[in-house]
Design a protein around this ligand. Structure first.
Ligand code: F6R
Length: 243
């Protein structure tokens, strides 16, 4: 595990974007595993800026996203498909056919999850997986207690997650999807490199617990301590509880 300390959110985003950009330069036809959420937005913004300057080329890159709500059409503004198009895909020269997210509209969970794992397998696996971390240590939608040995699977969102996400759905819990498809921890651990970004005081406790505490399914991100090529980029606030 390598920890890179950044000063603030902007610096964290630039450092993470540098690592992704090195991956794309070293292997132009790489497979990038991508995440949604607030944390990586600045990283995507930086990648777009370098693309606009002519320093980055996504024409040969393939992407696989971590997760997607089950039952939400792609075009819904809160789908992860929409998020990724708005923040990255519509702004760079990635080929539409090289973009992969679980299909939330396929209600046959077993078939969809098997299909997504097969896509990743046929691509030869993920070269670099970008992750954020939840306050409870979740990665993707792998909540505390999730089995380490699962591939892509369907999860029921916890009450806490539904409550936290209702702000994106007119404040109405009834509109929040109750399930999601997510890469499992096994899928994430199979990525050749894993890069996590975390910022803000709200992440300081979980960062300490996940990476300086015991490896346990109760803190899903803790398994990353065992990954052979794991880099954690923290701003000063998220690193505040580390010695
Ligand atoms: C996103 C994802 C989630 C987030 C996590 C942190 O695709 O799978 O695990 O990475 O919830 O979210 P933010 O960055 O909003 O704090």
């Amino acid at each position: 595990m390598k920890i890179i300390r950044a000063t603030d959110y902007y610096d964290m985003s630039r450092k993470a974007a540098n690592i992704i950009s090195a991956q794309v330069i070293m292997k132009p036809n790489c497979v990038l595993g991508l995440a949604t959420g607030g944390t990586p937005v600045g990283t995507y913004k930086q990648l777009v800026e370098w693309y606009n300057k002519g320093d980055l080329d996504f024409s040969e890159v393939t992407t696989v996203n971590l997760d997607e709500y089950r039952g939400l059409p792609r075009e819904h503004p809160e789908s992860y498909w929409s998020f990724m198009h708005k923040n990255l895909f519509d702004l760079v020269n990635i080929r539409p056919e090289a973009i992969h997210l679980p299909d939330g509209t396929n209600m046959d969970s077993a078939a969809e999850c098997a299909h997504y794992d097969e896509i990743i397998r046929q691509l030869g696996g993920v070269d670099l997986q970008l992750l954020g971390i939840g306050h409870d240590g979740h990665i993707g939608f792998n909540e505390p207690g999730a089995a380490f040995e699962l591939g892509t699977h369907c999860v029921s969102l916890t009450e806490e997650t539904i409550e936290a996400n209702k702000r994106f759905f007119d404040g109405d819990v009834n509109q929040v999807p109750k399930q999601a498809y997510t890469m499992g921890i096994k899928t994430i651990m199979q990525a050749r490199k894993v890069l996590m970004v975390a910022n803000g005081t709200g992440k300081a406790d979980i960062v300490k617990k996940a990476f300086f505490g015991p490896v346990t399914p109760e803190v899903p991100a803790s398994i990353l301590q065992m990954h052979p090529d794991f880099t954690l980029v923290l701003d000063a606030e998220a690193a505040a509880r580390l010695d």
